[in-house]
Design a protein around this ligand. Structure first.
Ligand SMILES: [Zn+2]
Length: 120
């Protein structure tokens, strides 16, 4: 895309119904205006798809999503390790195993919710 004339690409974008935004491309030295496609995606004529973080709310949202998925990974691996050691014990404590299985179930549910929130 970089070998193409950005003005031409901008014209194509406008023709396709994209809207020019007040924000500019965050890539250093670019500063071209960003375009919002009909699909809701924000693109730079040179750099393609750009994720724009506009407000504090959105910064928080992006951060909490990353923190949440990191936390879920940790909880999941802890639960798996716990179950693994519980089932290798001579006296299997099924209540403990069930507790950890419930944790895994909740993690799975939260992962689905976290994924859904990814869709713009
Ligand atoms: Zn750019």
């Amino acid at each position: 895309m970089s070998s193409q004339d950005p003005i031409k690409i901008m014209a194509e974008l406008l023709k396709s119904g994209a809207v020019m935004l007040a924000e500019t491309c965050p890539v250093e030295g670019c500063n071209l205006p960003l375009f919002k496609l009909k699909s809701g995606e924000v693109v730079c004529p040179l750099h393609g798809r750009i994720h724009v973080v506009k407000t504090d709310e959105e910064v928080k949202e992006v951060y909490s999503r990353a923190a949440l998925s990191m936390l879920l990974e940790k909880v999941e691996s802890t639960a798996i390790r716990a179950i693994d050691s519980l089932i290798s014990e001579p006296d299997i404590d099924s209540t403990e195993i069930i507790k950890w299985l419930e944790v895994l179930e909740r993690v799975a549910r939260l992962k689905i919710i976290a994924k859904k929130r990814n869709i713009p």
